[in-house]
Design a protein around this ligand. Structure first.
Ligand code: HEC
Length: 96
């Protein structure tokens, strides 16, 4: 009985973990970012490679881009959580 309860608790933890801790790459794919962006070429929005190059060396690029995208101006408004956006921007900025 105890083992069964433990198993259920563990499964619950796993499920919660996977829905919260999406990787930046997963966010880019599942939240439509890649509908407007590609890593190596310009689409509707700039190539992530160029974005990373442009902001390289800026100390607070991560925070600034998150704030800018969240504001939805001029960036199109998106339906993402802060955590998702942070992960996505981190992934974008690490593009080489
Ligand atoms: C409907 C199209 C569209 C979608 C969807 C979209 N973007 Fe963009 N994005 C743009 C356009 C257009 C620009 C250029 C204008 C601007 O800088 O805001 C841009 C610019 C950017 C920039 C560079 C901003 C800068 O100041 O250098 C980043 C980073 C970015 N997008 C990340 C994302 C992320 C992350 C997502 C998904 C969560 C996303 N975008 C989804 C159209 C889109």
């Amino acid at each position: 009985m105890k083992a069964v309860l433990m198993a259920i608790a563990a499964a619950g933890l796993l499920a919660a973990g996977s829905s919260q801790a999406q990787t930046g790459m997963e966010v880019l794919k599942t939240k439509g970012c890649l509908g407007c962006h590609a890593f190596d070429k310009k689409k509707v929005g700039p190539a992530y490679k160029d974005v990373a190059a442009k902001h390289r060396g800026e100390k607070d690029a991560q925070a600034q881009l998150v704030a800018k995208i969240k504001a939805g101006n001029p960036h199109p408004k998106l339906n993402v959580t802060d955590a998702e956006l942070n992960a996505a921007v981190k992934q974008v900025l690490s593009t080489k």
